[in-house]
Design a protein around this ligand. Structure first.
Ligand code: ATP
Ligand code: MG
Length: 263
């Protein structure tokens, strides 16, 4: 049994098949990068894994437990979906911070809501939990190098800083797997480095991560496994050396050549 098992994921929008049988596994602490042309289905796959999109078919298990079974997805209650979603963190391209809250509140809002909803806690236990969350938020903010921005609002910090806040916020919910959808593509080139550095540090902290990226050099450096998607299928999968240095499929060869030309 692998830590993450994705089996037979299919997804169509209308009569367009976007995912056509996606299968892969990931061990705990491994980093997977997903590369592929625009429209190949990378975001849709991440959204299915995060229950933001309902798959038509397939299962996703974490640590031996089936989190998503497409056949049963319609019967999940809102609470079940929320709890399942917490197992998977997602950092978006556009950061998606709450603009009306300052940085530290962006980190603590969701976990504090969870405490509020937990009716079984005593007043003392509640207070203790809130204090723990505040402390954890401060520590996480320090770990992404932003202690001095705790009271700033998203509009007052740079894109790279916003993305680092978004990463810290996702970590607050202690996801089993942290997913990134092109975390640096909305950033000016000089700001991508700081975000990629933070992601790389997470890897040394033994985080299991899935990263959709067009940063080929980064994917090569940070990944244990690389998936190349084309037209809704995994066209090729392997170690960074296999995928980048010895591509087998013609589509992958063409894709790599094109991304070389871009940089
Ligand atoms: N909600 C939707 N309704 C209809 N079609 C959709 C929807 N979401 C995605 N698609 C289609 O699914 C296909 C895959 O889209 P997806 O966003 O997953 O690609 P991608 O690999 O992430 O591309 P990019 O690199 O541009 O982000 C595209 O053809 C897209 O138009
Ligand atoms: Mg996408």
């Amino acid at each position: 049994m692998e830590f993450l098992e994705v089996q037979g994921i299919y997804k169509s929008f209308g009569n367009v098949s976007v995912l056509r049988g996606i299968d892969f596994t990931l061990s705990k602490g491994e980093v997977l990068s997903i590369i592929g042309s625009s429209g190949s289905g990378k975001t849709t796959l991440l959204r299915c894994i995060n229950l933001l999109e309902k798959a038509d078919n397939g299962t996703i298990s974490v640590n031996g437990e089936v989190i998503i079974d497409a056949k049963e997805e319609d019967s999940y209650t809102d609470k079940q979906i929320r709890n399942k979603r917490l197992r998977m963190g997602l950092v978006f391209q556009q950061f998606n911070l709450f603009p009306q809250y300052n940085v530290i509140d962006n980190l603590t809002l969701a976990p504090k809501l969870r405490i509020k909803e937990n009716k079984s806690l005593t007043k003392e236990a509640r207070l203790e939990a809130v204090n723990a969350i505040n402390k954890e938020a401060e520590e996480l903010l320090a770990s992404v190098g932003l202690s001095d921005k705790a009271k700033s609002y998203p509009c007052e910090i740079s894109g790279g800083q916003q993305q680092r806040v978004a990463i810290a916020r996702a970590l607050m919910l202690k996801p089993d797997i942290l997913c990134f959808d092109e975390p640096t593509s909305a950033l000016d080139p000089e700001l991508t480095g700081e975000v990629l550095r933070v992601i790389k540090e997470l890897k040394s902290g033994d985080r299991t991560m899935i990263i959709v990226t067009h940063e080929m050099e980064f994917a090569r450096n940070v990944s244990d496994k690389v998936i190349f998607m084309a037209d809704g299928v995994i066209e090729e999968m392997g170690t960074p050396e296999e995928v980048f240095d010895n591509p087998k499929s013609e589509k992958l060869k063409a894709f790599l050549q094109k991304s070389d030309e871009k940089f």
